[in-house]
Ligand binder design. Structure first.
Ligand SMILES: NC(=O)c1ccc[n+]([C@@H]2O[C@H](COP(=O)([O-])OP(=O)(O)OC[C@H]3O[C@@H](n4cnc5c(N)ncnc54)[C@H](O)[C@@H]3O)[C@@H](O)[C@H]2O)c1
Length: 251
């Protein structure tokens, strides 16, 4: 039986751990060849080795244009073509308007907003050459609604939601689909590091979610996999929530 991503080549950023790791695992299980891109070299290499010949690790800092150029050269010379880009790498910095300094704000914007911009710019020519493809941008419910104490993160994720739609309109004529996914809190190292005293699911994060629990990385990977696959052939410019009802209305 063939998988949903058979014969496809995908690059996933931030794939050394968390949602990116789960996505790389799912993509390989669905028949794709995957470039695991991250700055956590040790973790990324170990995952690449575990996943075998269908995966390889590439050091890629999403904030650096030169890093993207090298990664695309690597794909051209290695896998030969690119079908899927997942802009998943992201960082979270806690802080209200009054206690977020401009450097911290820009640090978040560089990874969460400039990173996907550079990624789409670098990958679009390859996706067009391949005759079409899919870009999946990992935003957040914080890319759809505000949240106090996360001003930089919210700003960067709203920007990604909007950028997704603008690029979707530009690339539709080339058969390149561009969508954003919007998870609520997910059980990953990011959440555990940001809220060390409240174990994921036990604190306020879980109780704000109508379904009463956080997402798993595997659930988010399943949605990303659908959007990456040809099953989502008519979806572009869309925002896909995976939030246990969090943004459905007052609760
Ligand atoms: N965890 C959550 O609750 C949650 C909720 C909604 C959305 N998200 C989004 O999901 C995505 C994945 O988050 P996660 O929870 O798996 O986080 P994580 O911190 O567990 O993993 C993120 C990965 O991104 C990598 N990364 C960071 N900066 C990078 C850079 N400059 N270049 C390349 N890689 C870089 C990290 O090394 C790490 O491996 C992020 O975009 C995040 O904003 C997370």
């Amino acid at each position: 039986m063939s998988g949903a991503l058979e014969a496809k080549v995908a690059l996933v950023t931030g794939a050394a751990r968390g949602v990116g790791e789960a996505t790389a695992r799912r993509f390989v299980a669905e028949g794709a060849r995957v470039v695991i891109a991250d700055v956590r070299d040790e973790l990324g290499r170990a995952l690449g080795a575990e996943l075998g010949s269908a995966a390889r690790y590439e050091h890629l800092d999403v904030t650096a244009e030169t890093s993207w150029a090298a990664a695309m050269d690597g794909v051209r010379g290695g896998e030969g073509h690119l079908d899927v880009l997942v802009n998943n790498a992201g960082i979270l910095r806690l802080g209200t308007l009054l206690d977020t300094d401009p450097e911290t704000f820009l640090e978040v914007v560089r990874v969460n907003e400039l990173g996907p911009f550079l990624g789409m710019r670098a990958a679009a020519p390859l996706l067009i050459e391949a005759g079409g493809g899919s870009i999946v941008n990992v935003s957040s419910t914080q890319g759809l609604e505000g949240f106090p104490g996360l001003v930089a993160y919210v700003a960067s994720k709203f920007a990604l939601t909007g950028m997704t739609k603008a690029v979707a309109l530009e690339l539709a004529q080339h058969g390149v689909r561009v969508n954003s996914v919007h998870p609520t809190g997910i059980r990953t190292p990011m959440l555990a590091e940001a809220f060390p005293s409240a174990p994921p699911g036990a604190g306020a994060a879980g109780s704000r979610i109508p379904m009463g629990r956080l997402c798993t990385p595997e659930e988010v990977a399943a949605l990303i996999c659908f959007l990456a696959s040809d099953e989502a052939s008519m979806s572009t410019g869309g925002q896909f929530v995976i939030d246990g009802g969090s943004t459905a209305g007052p609760h």
